[in-house]
Design a protein around this ligand. Structure first.
Ligand SMILES: NC(=O)c1ccc[n+]([C@@H]2O[C@H](COP(=O)([O-])OP(=O)(O)OC[C@H]3O[C@@H](n4cnc5c(N)ncnc54)[C@H](OP(=O)(O)O)[C@@H]3O)[C@@H](O)[C@H]2O)c1
Length: 278
């Protein structure tokens, strides 16, 4: 039996929908069913559900900029909550933990290998890395999957925001010097569902294929949606977001290839598919 946390979130929602379609035995939980920061309840939950053999952990505190002022809440969910979950899984239950490109904190230009040095900057980035360490330490049967720039049908994402802003603004400022790859949550869900119960444990990177800047992504989505708006490229420094962002989010897929998992489609096709579902 697979347990999915964050079942009402972007990725967790798509994972649950796909597991259902695949007729696999699973159940999804969210903060209102089980608050992962409540140690006793987490332990009691696993005691009451001995049928759980795998967990796909999609729940997280994901408000990157808010986390800079709200560090206790972010750490409670992403570090403490993940640790309680990892403790409950122990050595018997396999745990798939979703992590982030932000753990690297890289400003270089090369694709990042899974074991490249980690210098996470900002509260959210550090909390995701601490979550990885807890999973590695406590759960031998782990899959750590780092993804980036996720967008999905829940419309709480960069593309949806840009398209919405285009209706009320003549000009948009978008960061040009952060390069990575967008990730369509439906495509990511497909990979996660093929990974869980495979027994191919390890650390993996999963994004749509190719690379672009936020500026290029905005231009591409706006032109597909037929929205005429001027997009001005700005630097990370000029944009001055509250939380620091890495300039290099290029993630190497070497370990994914070596384990025989399929890569995700090209990011341009992913954006087209997403817009066709809106
Ligand atoms: N979004 C991205 O661009 C991105 C990029 C890289 C990595 N990731 C990682 O990918 C994973 C999924 O991201 P997402 O975009 O799907 O996130 P999301 O849409 O924000 O969903 C997160 C879910 O976690 C739940 N949650 C929060 N606190 C909880 C708690 N204390 N106990 C139980 N559940 C709790 C939330 O419930 P409530 O809504 O009720 O609080 C929400 O349903 C996360 O690990 C994230 O760090 C995301």
């Amino acid at each position: 039996m697979i347990l999915v946390t964050g079942a009402k979130g972007q990725v967790g929602g798509d994972v649950c929908a796909l597991l259902k379609q695949q007729n696999r035995a699973f159940f999804g939980i969210d903060a209102d069913t089980l608050d992962l920061t409540d140690e006793e309840r987490v332990r009691a939950f696993f005691d009451a559900h001995r049928e759980i053999t795998s967990v796909i952990h999609c729940a997280a505190y994901t408000a990157v900029d808010k986390a800079e002022d709200d560090f206790e809440a972010c750490a409670r969910v992403n570090v403490t909550g993940t640790t309680y979950l990892a403790e409950a899984c122990g050595s018997d239950i396999e745990l798939l933990y979703l992590s982030s490109d932000y753990v690297f904190g890289s400003d270089g230009g090369e694709p990042l290998e899974t074991d490249d040095p980690k210098t996470p900057r900002g509260v959210y980035a550090k909390s995701k890395y601490a979550g990885e360490l807890a999973v590695e330490l406590l759960c031998p049967k782990h899959y750590i999957v780092r993804t980036s720039w996720v967008f999905g049908e829940q419309d709480r994402n960069f593309i949806a925001t840009i398209l919405r802003l285009a209706d009320t603004h003549d000009t948009l400022r978008v960061v040009v010097d952060q390069v990575g790859a967008p990730t369509y949550s439906r495509h990511l869900a497909k990979l996660l569902c093929s990974m869980i119960e495979s027994g191919k444990y390890g650390v993996f990177h999963a994004t749509n294929e190719g690379e672009c800047s936020w500026f290029e992504l905005a231009q591409f989505a706006l032109s597909l949606a037929g929205k005429a708006v001027t997009v001005l490229p700005v630097t990370t420094e000029d944009y001055a977001a509250k939380a620091p962002r890495p300039k290099n989010s290029r993630l190497s897929k070497r370990s994914l290839d070596e384990a025989g998992f399929s890569r995700l489609p090209a990011w341009e096709d992913a954006v087209k598919e997403y817009l066709s579902h809106r």
